[in-house]
Design a binder for this molecule. Sequence first.
Ligand SMILES: [Zn+2]
Length: 417
Amino acid sequence: MGAFRPYWNHTAIDMLKERTPTGNGRDKDTSGRKMEQNIRLGRIAGVPVGINWSILVIFWLLAWELADLVLPGYHPHQSTTTYWIAGILATVLFFASLLAHEVSHAVVAKRSGVGVRRITLWLFGGVSELESEALTPGADFRIAVVGPLTSFALAGLFGVLVYLLPKTGGHEEVLVSALGWLAWINLLLGAFNLIPAAPLDGGRVLRAALWKHGGDRVRAATSAARTGQAFGYVLVVLGVLEFLTVGLIGLWYVFLGWFLLTAARGEESAAVMRSSLADVHVRDIMTPDPITFASGMTVTELLDNQLHRYRFGSYPLVAPNGQLQGLTTMTRVRHVHADRRQTTRLIDIACPLPDVPVGSPGEPIPDLLQRMQASPDGRALVIDHAGRLVGIVSPSDIARFVQLSMLRSQTRRVQRD
Ligand SMILES: [Zn+2]
């Protein structure tokens, strides 16, 4: 089916994204912000599934290219309606295939003890966001490889359908060709994602192999991320060449390459950051003795009488008897409408205590980070063995620590030289 070559230009990629303590120094509350651009479709296998608005661009491009160019090229003299029905149907089935690919990652991840935060379909394909890293190279390998295998299985399924369905020569044949296209594009989806360049699935497979071979996950992740960056550059260069010789379509490669390059760079620094936090304990990072407020205080009282004295992004709330009741953040306070500030108590807008991650001062920070990432506000309270609140950990604490340790390692390098 060589004539289907134009579809290379829309090859979808997907990503397994491990959530990582990112920070740019600001104590910001990102929960919910990203979801606003996404439409929630529901849950599959217990994982929330959403689509990003950007997918409409690709949906339209694919449906149009099928209905207007490819199918008429194969089967002339059919009605426009037939082409469009087949084109739209095939495009819907393509996104269903993409979703099946992501869901297979999610199912295997959950079976391997890795939580899945959500699946999103967007401009370049799909993203499955994992809540933590795989515990073993074997699990890392299985979570990654199942995606392309699912795409190959779907390619086989659509291929068999094409083989079995009768060739009548009528407008049904347009549908059969659309199924043939689905077989082809699933094959491409599987093959492209097996290229050993992170963040593609093949990059994960490479990481798992290097991890198993060398025993060092960080080094393995760094190498996989570097090949990802190299591949990103190659795509950008090819895209520019194609843009200069063929035309606009080259820009697609440029965008795709640039996206891969950026994602791979992010992965490399995330791997380095994880390793720099490996031997750090909660007490090294936490802000000690956090300011607490009475849970019955109103938002107005807080804004008028208290807040000008402090500059923190989150405040634990305590009952009159001193018992911890929850955690409120500046983002939550900001969302209270001016009319309701006088009657809204802090506890009404707080994250209730059972939902706030809690750590102990001596706990390794990566363990707490995993719990923080799954929490609504991304912050944790630190409680000592006597049950006293001794600290709070926020994303800015982590960002500050990472920046500091990077600066220190620079100093050490200079002193060695
Ligand atoms: Zn995948």
